[in-house]
Design a protein around this ligand. Structure first.
Ligand code: DGJ
Length: 324
C-alpha cells in the first residue's frame, strides 16, 4: 500500500512535471504532452478565453490515405500542447480523385452563431480546382463537419491565411494565382466570403497579416513549392492599401531559415505586445517530420525582422519574451 502511495504522491507528479517544457526550440522536434511530435502543419491559432487552439494538417504516419485530417492542440502557454484529436476527418468531398489536397486549415470563431468555422484549401492532385472548403463545429475541439466548397468571390484560391483585426473583424487571405494576394471579409455567419478589401498584386503563398503600432504588416513567401525562399513583407496604414514595396524579413540567403510563413500571432500582454512569426519547415518526403519555426519578431515603425532562430519563451500574460 505504501509503495502505491509513494508512486501516486511522488513518482507520477514528477513524471508529469518532467514532460513540461519551458522553451520553444525552433526547428526541432516539438513534443506534445503525450511525447509525440506535434502534427499541425500549415496551421493557424484560435484563442478561446485563455486557451490557444492550434489547428493544422495532420500528417502522422499510418493514416488512411483516402482521407485528409486536421488536428487540434490546446495550450495556455503556447509551449506545452495537449493533443485534442483529429477534429476533421474528411473523405474526398467533391470527387477529386487520387492525391486530392486539403491544406492550411484556419478556424474562426463566430460569437453570434457560436460556431467554429474552419476554412481549408481544397484541391485536386494538379492544384487546378483552387477552392476553399468550409467546415463547422459547435466546439473548438470538434468534430468538424463539411459544409461546402467554392472559389472565394469567384477567384482561384490556393494557400489561405487568416487575420482577425483588433475590432474582431475576420479576414480571409487567399492566393489567387493569376492576380496576387487577396484579403476579403467574411459574411455574417462566416460561411462565405463577402467583400474584397484589397488585392496586392504579388504572387505570394503562406499569406499572413498583423496589425501593430498603427500599421498593417503583410507577409508571404514566393512560389517555390515545398522549398523555402526569402519571405517578404509590406506595410500599409489601411488594410485596403496602398501597400509599400515588399522587403526581406530575414537575410535572403537563409531562405527564411528554411521556413515558410503560415501566421503572425499577436500576444497583447499587460506589459508588452509580442508578435510571433509562425512558419513551417517542410520535409516533403517525410511530411510527418516537418518542423515549425516560431520566433518573436522585431516589429515597429514600418520595419519587420525575423531574428536568427534560438530557443525562447513568452509569458502570455505579460507578453514578455525571454531567450535561453
Ligand atoms: C506551397 C504551399 O504553401 C503549401 O501549402 C503546399 O501547397 C505546397 N506549395 C505544395 O507544393
Amino acid at each position: 500500500m505504501k509503495k502505491y502511495l509513494f508512486v501516486f504522491c511522488f513518482v507520477l507528479p514528477l513524471l508529469a512535471l518532467s514532460q513540461k517544457q519551458e522553451w520553444i526550440h525552433p526547428g526541432e522536434i516539438w513534443p506534445d504532452q503525450d511525447g509525440n511530435h506535434i502534427q499541425a502543419h500549415g496551421g493557424g491559432i484560435t484563442k478561446v478565453g485563455k486557451t490557444y487552439y492550434w489547428y493544422g494538417e495532420e500528417r502522422r504516419q499510418g493514416l488512411d490515405s483516402n482521407k485528409r485530417y486536421v488536428s487540434c492542440y490546446a495550450s495556455r502557454d503556447l509551449i506545452n500542447w495537449k493533443f485534442k484529436g483529429d477534429v476533421l476527418q474528411l473523405s474526398d468531398p467533391e470527387n477529386l480523385g487520387r492525391r486530392w489536397v486539403c491544406e492550411r486549415p484556419k478556424v474562426f470563431y463566430n460569437k453570434k452563431t457560436k460556431k467554429y468555422v474552419m476554412y481549408l484549401h481544397l484541391d485536386n492532385s494538379t492544384y487546378k480546382l483552387a477552392r476553399v472548403a468550409v467546415c463547422t463545429s459547435d466546439k473548438p475541439d470538434g468534430n468538424f463537419t463539411y459544409v461546402k466548397s467554392f472559389r472565394p468571390l469567384g477567384h482561384e484560391s490556393r494557400d489561405i491565411g487568416q487575420f482577425i483585426d483588433d475590432d474582431g473583424t475576420p479576414y480571409l487571405i487567399f492566393e489567387d494565382r493569376p492576380f496576387g494576394f487577396r484579403i476579403a471579409t467574411l459574411t455574417e455567419d462566416y460561411l462565405g466570403v463577402d467583400k474584397e478589401v484589397c488585392l496586392i498584386p504579388m504572387h505570394m503563398e503562406g499569406g499572413a497579416v498583423v496589425h501593430y503600432g498603427g500599421l498593417y504588416y503583410a507577409i508571404g513567401s514566393a512560389l517555390t513549392g515545398w522549398d523555402p525562399n526569402p519571405n517578404k513583407y509590406a506595410t500599409a496604414v489601411s488594410l485596403a492599401g496602398p501597400w509599400s514595396e515588399f522587403k526581406d524579413i530575414a537575410p535572403p540567403e537563409t531562405k527564411t531559415y528554411g521556413s515558410q510563413s503560415t501566421l503572425m500571432l499577436k500576444i497583447d500582454g499587460r506589459k508588452k505586445t509580442t508578435v510571433v512569426f509562425m512558419a513551417d519547415i517542410w520535409k516533403p518526403r517525410t511530411q510527418w517530420d516537418s518542423r515549425y519555426l516560431w520566433m518573436p519578431i522585431e516589429i515597429g515603425d514600418g520595419k519587420l525582422w525575423l531574428p536568427q532562430p534560438r530557443p525562447w519563451k513568452v509569458d502570455v500574460k505579460s507578453g514578455e519574451v525571454k531567450f535561453k
